[in-house]
Ligand binder design. Sequence first.
Ligand code: SF4
Length: 377
Amino acid sequence: MSYLKPKVVTIGGQPLKDGGTVNRVTFGGDSPITIQTMWKESILPVLDSEDFLFDILRRINELQSLGCDVLRFAVPDMESATALNKIAERTTMPLVADIHFDYRLALACLDGSVAKIRINPGNIGSKENVKKVVDKCREKGVAIRIGVNTGSLPKELYSKINSGELTRAQALLQTAEKEIAYFKELNFDQVLVSMKSSDVQETIDANEAFAREFDYPLHIGVTEAGPLIGGLVKSTLAFSYLLKEHIGSTVRVSLSNTPINEIIAGKEILRECGFRSGGVRIVSCPRCGRVGFDVHGFVERWQNELLSINKNITVAVMGCIVNGPGEGKHADLGICGAANSVLIFKHGEIVHRITNNDLKILSQTADRLFREELNSL
Ligand code: SF4
């Protein structure tokens, strides 16, 4: 099957209030596949509270250090546009304004430092309004994503789907084609496209069909994928299939869960599919009745910090000596339970044996020594 190589679309570079610019991110061509997520709360409190703004900026930094390349915010009203502009002028993270129906919200966001707009020309009314948004995007160097979902297809297509005339994947493609036509008419090509379904096969079919016909970079994702486990399974299935076909320039794992977990999931999928390397690889055991060390608690405490570290290493966290020392040998740093002790390995050698009857002290000492060894790598 042959697919078109996606053309290059670049976002970012907008000036920031305190100096510097928004990070540049390139989609398509030979660019690395990027990871994105979406903010899951209202941002309106930033209008009245500097503390709230600082807290959002801190959380954006956390997402950035975990590997988030692009972050999207819903902009349902003018106040949200003002709030988003306030955030956008203080972070190097490229921000996307997600807009439906009202082109004026897009124009308001374009007055700030947003890097991308997600809007569907078909739902913002007249061609003149679409032109106003496109003209301003062109002037500000901002790209647009067309986002088509099976949950919001044009009414006439639902009847064709119900009568069996069209599959839902075909309906997604037809809708995307129609939306693209608005931009073609205006000679605007800084466009990305997403076609999402909550069904894995529909998502695959729509994206494959698109990639055969168009060279716009694809933002891939399974929409409304579900809670953590179900959503992960669906996204992994769809992404691993599409990415192996070299379809998809940017990914979003949609979960009824935190943005942090969406980023970690995206990063792990890309890594296991061979599209990301480097960073900390965590190997940890599932735990069983032989366990002599709180593997789950340790992983829970350390996961986000480890995944934020810019070191190309493997860390093994094992419950007991059955597999612990074995995995520890292959890891740069390992920790495992051994009867009443905890062992820390470095490049296969035991560097600490910690014993204490007080489990709290045992855990605190293990954390401290683990950190010292981690820092020394
Ligand atoms: S490493 Fe030990 S505790 Fe963990 S699953 Fe294997 S046998 Fe069980």
